[in-house]
Design a protein around this ligand. Structure first.
Ligand SMILES: Nc1ncnc2c1ncn2[C@@H]1O[C@H](COP(=O)(O)OP(=O)(O)OP(=O)(O)O)[C@@H](O)[C@H]1O
Length: 256
C-alpha cells in the first residue's frame, strides 16, 4: 500500500498559485526528503497533503483513505515548522509530549502515557527537561520536544517540516538516530530539509520543488552538492536571495 497518493495537487494562497500540479506517491516504508529553495512551496505542499490547507484541485489519499475523516489520523504524526511549542500557556515538556497521545475521541491520556512520553523525550536526549516549561527551553530543545510529541504516537506516517532548522549538530545526530529506528520499524517518513547533510544515509528518495512544481524526483543529491550540480542550489539555505514574503513562515532561525 502507498502511504501517500497525491495526484495533480494545486494549492492557491492569497490568490497566488503556490503548488502547481504535484503528483506524489510515497510507498509505505519510504523515507522521502522534500527539498527546494525558500518559498518553493514545500510547507504548503505537506500542509495540503495533511489537509491543513485546502487544495483547489487534485486528489490526496493518506494511508489508503481519501483525505478527510476516514484517514486513520492516530497513525499520522506531523511536526510543523518551528513554532512556540507551548504558546502562552505554561506547559511542561512532558505535557506537550503526552498531548501527542490525545485525539478527538480520547479526553484522557492512556495509562502508560507518562512512561511513553518520557521514553520519547529520552530518545531525543531531553528526558531530563521533562518538567521544565517549554517556553523556558531553547529553540532547539523545544524542537526536540515537538519531535518527541510526534514520535510518541508511533505513527505509520510521519511528516516533519524542517525538523533540524536552527538546531545544533549533536541534536541533529540524536534526531538522525531516532529517525533511523523509525525507518527500521517501517515508518513512512516525509521530511522537509534544507540540507540533506547527516540524513544522507537515511534518505531513499528526494523530491525537489521549484515554484510549486516537482523539478527532481529520484536519488538524493550528494550530501554536500557541488555548486552548479543538480539539487545543490535548491537545498542550500541561503541560495535564494529573495526573502520569503508574506505568510505563516514560522522559521525564525535563531541560531543561523
Ligand atoms: N497563507 C498564505 N497566504 C499567501 N501566501 C502564502 C501563504 N502561506 C505561504 N504563502 C506563500 O507561499 C509560498 C510558498 O511558501 P512555503 O512556506 O510553502 O514555502 P517553503 O518551500 O516551505 O519555504 P521555506 O523553505 O522558506 O519554509 C511563499 O511565497 C509564501 O510566501
Amino acid at each position: 500500500m502507498n502511504a501517500i497518493e497525491a495526484t495533480d495537487v494545486h494549492v492557491t494562497l492569497g490568490g497566488q498559485p503556490i503548488v502547481r500540479g504535484v503528483d506524489l506517491t510515497v510507498p509505505t516504508g519510504q523515507v522521502l526528503a522534500l527539498l527546494g529553495a525558500n518559498g518553493s512551496g514545500k510547507s504548503t505542499l505537506v500542509r495540503a497533503l495533511l489537509g491543513v490547507v485546502p487544495h483547489v484541485s487534485g486528489s490526496v489519499r493518506l494511508l489508503g483513505r481519501p483525505l478527510g475523516r476516514d484517514v486513520p489520523w492516530r497513525r499520522v504524526g506531523y511536526v510543523p515548522q518551528r513554532m512556540a511549542a507551548g504558546g502562552g500557556v505554561p506547559t511542561t515538556a512532558l505535557e506537550v509530549v503526552v498531548s501527542g497521545l490525545l485525539d478527538g475521541r480520547r479526553l484522557r491520556p492512556p495509562r502508560d502515557a507518562r512512561a511513553r512520553a518520557l521514553a520519547a523525550l529520552d530518545a531525543l536526549g531531553v528526558a531530563d527537561l521533562h518538567d521544565r516549561r517549554v517556553q523556558d527551553l531553547s529553540g532547539g530543545q523545544q524542537q526536540r520536544v515537538l519531535i518527541a510529541r510526534a514520535l510518541v504516537r508511533e505513527p505509520s506516517l510521519l511528516v516533519l517540516d524542517e525538523p533540524t532548522s536552527g538546531i545544533d549538530l549533536p541534536t541533529q545526530d540524536t534526531f538522525v538516530t531516532a529517525l533511523s529506528s523509525l525507518r527500521d520499524a517501517g515508518t513512512t517518513v516525509v521530511v522537509i530539509l534544507h540540507e540533506i547533510g547527516p540524513f544522507a544515509p537515511l534518505i531513499d528518495r528526494a523530491v525537489v520543488l521549484r515554484h510549486g512544481r516537482v523539478v527532481h524526483d529520484g536519488a538524493p543529491p550528494p550530501a554536500r552538492g557541488e555548486h552548479g550540480e543538480a539539487g545543490h542550489d535548491h537545498t542550500h539555505p541561503h541560495a535564494d536571495p529573495e526573502p520569503p514574503s508574506e505568510g505563516p513562515d514560522l522559521t525564525l532561525e535563531v541560531t543561523r
